[in-house]
Structure formats: C-alpha cells, structure tokens
Design a binder for this molecule. Structure first.
Ligand code: VNL
Length: 392
C-alpha cells in the first residue's frame, strides 16, 4: 500500500518536471522528415505519388520508431530550384528536420545539395534521376534510379530485335542528356546507329515539329525520354502524326509509359517496348500487396515508379533511425543508410555504400492489356544494374 503510494507520487513529480521542461524535451522525442516535392505545376503528379507513398509507408509501419515520433513535413517547390533552395534552408534552420527528402526534378535536387552538405543533413533523392546528382553532396542517398541505368538495357535489346537506325528525342536537361548519351553510346557499340538527336524544352514542350522531322527521317525506331507526366502527350502526338503507320517503332524509358498515365493512353500504346526499374505489374507477392494497398488508400490511383522511390526512401530513413537507436545525428544516419539491402516492390535493391546510389534490376517491358487495363508487362530482366555513369 505504502509502496504504491510512493510510486504514484513520483510519477506525478515526473509529469511536473516534463511539463516544466516544455517543448525542448518534446522536440527531442521527435524525428522530422522534410519532403520537398512538386505538389503544383507541370510535375505535380510526381509530388502526389510520392506523398501518397510516404503516407502509406507510415500507415503500414507506424509513426514511432526507436522511441521517436515521426513527423512528416511536406513542402511544395513546384519543381522550381529557387524555391527548393529556400524551402530546404527553412526546413533545416527553422524546423530542424533530421532528414531531407523528395526532389521531383534534377534542378531541385542540385539546388538543395549544398544545404545538405553545410548542415550535415542526409538528403534522400526519391525521384530525380540524373546520374551526377549523388556527386553534388556526400550527404545524398538515392532511392529512385538513373537514366544511364535504364537506357543502356534498351540499347542492348534494340539491335537484336531489328532496330538499327534510331532517332533520339529527349527533354533538354540533365536526365534527357544522360539518356541520349548512354543510349547512343551503347547502341553504337552494338552496331546500331543514332541518325539524329532531338532535344525538346522541359517547360511546355510542343512535340509536333520534332515528330514531323522524325517522320521525314523514317528511322527504324524513335527512342524517347520525357519526365513523368509528359509521356501521354508524346504518345498522343506520335499516333496523331501517324508515325506508327509509317513503320516507325516507339521505344522509350519507362518514364514515357508511366503507370500514372498509361491506362488512359489507349490501344495505340499497345506493344511499346520500354526499359525501367518498376512496373505496377511486377509479379512479386510484395508488389501485389503494395499496389493493392496503395490503390485502396488513394481512390484507385495506380502507383508509378515515383511512388516506389518514395516508399523505399521512407524505408531507408526508418531503418537508419532504427539502426542508430534514435540517437543518430546526420553523420550516423547517413552511415546507416549506406549499404542497406532489401526487397522493394520493384525487386531487390541495394544502396551502394561507395556511391550512395541505388543498384537494382532493370526490366524490359511491353505494353499489354491485362484484365481490361494497360500495363507494362515485364519480359526480361538485367540483374543488379549499377549506374553506368559512376564507372568513370
Ligand atoms: C527526372 C527524371 C524527373 C525522370 C522525372 O519526372 C523523371 C529528373 C518528373 O531527374 O528531373 O521521370
């Protein structure tokens, strides 16, 4: 009896002490993840997919890790690097986030890189995919992919399948330049030929004049990279200009037959061959569960490769927090992110400790109708592909 009374008194005392200590004590029990994403503007679908994936990961894995309450803060940079930089600064200085993440486009990731370095804050790139991004700061870890990584496999496949003469068409910035170069080098090595290289502006692109030019050249195939969200416009104009009827094949990185838009592209998309690291139709048990849960939580929205980058990025952060038992500062968290290896909805992935970049399987896929819906159906796999851009 006496003992019990003693305990209840001291519990009360602890409560008083806690409330006197106020917010600093509470702040220490928090772990803040600041995601900078394009929630508005031309790349808004990428922000929407990654936010949904991050929230799903938290719903499935809880919001308390190693004794810390996870707080997710989402900021909209509209894919504008000036805003990305300002928001990264705000998140680090005012919010005191433990980790930065997101980054829908390459210029945004590059704008935030110096802030990660100066503040020793790990920065998880969940979308942007220019090879060189990881070299912009030793605090950057990537869970998306790189354009060289997915482009070379298509350049291996093409000449074996009757495609020798190719025109390339890419968005005129980092990932497009990477796709153009690595596709061309590998195709040339394999005895094929890139006969023309076309670059379209990233902002409000008009593909029509470029596609007319391709029609006149009449190559075996047109190879395309445009960022997530722009693929449907390319597909529509490719068909409207009758390039398919002229006997020109469309081949692309999976950004073009994006799962976010594919189902609305119509039968004209059937048969298009692409290479990429993720398809919603990936036939693993884990992916089936992921797609089902994602669609259920988001009014039927199908997850695309951006969602998977966000989902796995959250996992990398959660596991780093667990490994450091909630005690880690930026450097310890970063060290715990390097070398992580696990099964993702896309297949097995690995964060290379040397490059901090992702090593993953790359798939060749063909658009097919399955259960009435259009999907990228995988028909071949190249295992454990490192970013060829790091081989220098
Ligand atoms: C980037 C690369 C953006 C691939 C993408 O979609 C994409 C980038 C917004 O690095 O900017 O599909």
């Amino acid at each position: 009896m006496q003992k019990r009374r003693f305990f209840s008194l001291s519990a009360g005392a602890v409560l008083v002490a806690l409330s006197l200590a106020g917010t600093p004590a509470l702040a220490q029990d928090k772990f803040k993840i600041g995601l900078i994403l394009p929630m508005t503007g031309q790349q808004a679908s990428t922000g929407r997919q990654i936010e949904a994936a991050a929230r799903l990961y938290m719903a499935q894995n809880g919001d308390t890790v190693a004794g810390k309450k996870i707080e997710l803060i989402i900021k909209d940079d509209a894919a504008t690097p000036d805003q990305t930089k300002r928001l990264a600064q705000e998140l680090v200085v005012n919010e005191k986030v433990n980790v930065l993440g997101g980054f829908g486009v390459t210029p945004a990731a590059l704008a935030a890189a110096p802030i990660a370095t100066q503040s020793k804050t790990p920065l998880v790139v969940m979308a942007a995919a220019t090879s060189s991004i990881t070299e912009a700061s030793p605090y950057i870890v990537r869970t998306s992919f790189t354009l060289p990584q997915v482009s070379v496999s298509l350049a291996d496949w093409a000449p074996k399948n009757g495609i020798k003469k190719v025109v390339t068409l890419v968005s005129d910035y980092g990932p497009g330049i990477d796709a153009e170069k690595y596709f061309k080098d590998r195709l040339t090595f394999n005895g094929g030929q890139v006969v023309e290289q076309l670059r379209v502006p990233l902002r409000s692109p008009d593909f029509a004049p470029f596609l007319q030019k391709v029609r006149d050249i009449k190559p075996d195939a047109l190879f395309v990279f445009v960022p997530s969200g722009a693929g449907a416009a390319v597909m529509k104009q490719f068909l409207e200009r009758g390039l398919d009827k002229a006997g020109i094949k469309l081949i692309a990185t999976g950004d073009v037959t994006d799962d976010d838009q594919l189902n609305d592209m119509g039968d004209g998309a059937l048969g298009v061959v692409t290479s990429h690291h993720y398809s919603a139709a990936h036939p693993s048990a884990m992916n089936k569960k992921f797609v089902e849960a994602f669609e259920k939580a988001n009014k039927g929205m199908r997850p695309n490769f951006m969602a998977v980058g966000g989902y796995d990025g959250m996992r990398v952060i959660y596991e780093a927090l667990k490994a450091t038992k909630g005690q880690g500062g930026g450097d310890a968290l970063l060290a715990a992110m390097k070398g992580q290896i696990f099964e993702s909805p896309r297949g097995k992935i690995f964060i290379d400790a040397q490059t901090r970049d992702i090593v993953q399987d790359v798939y060749l896929r063909k658009v097919e109708r399955k259960n009435g819906q259009l999907y990228n159906v995988e028909f071949d796999v190249i295992k454990d592909v490192k970013d060829p851009g790091k081989a220098k």
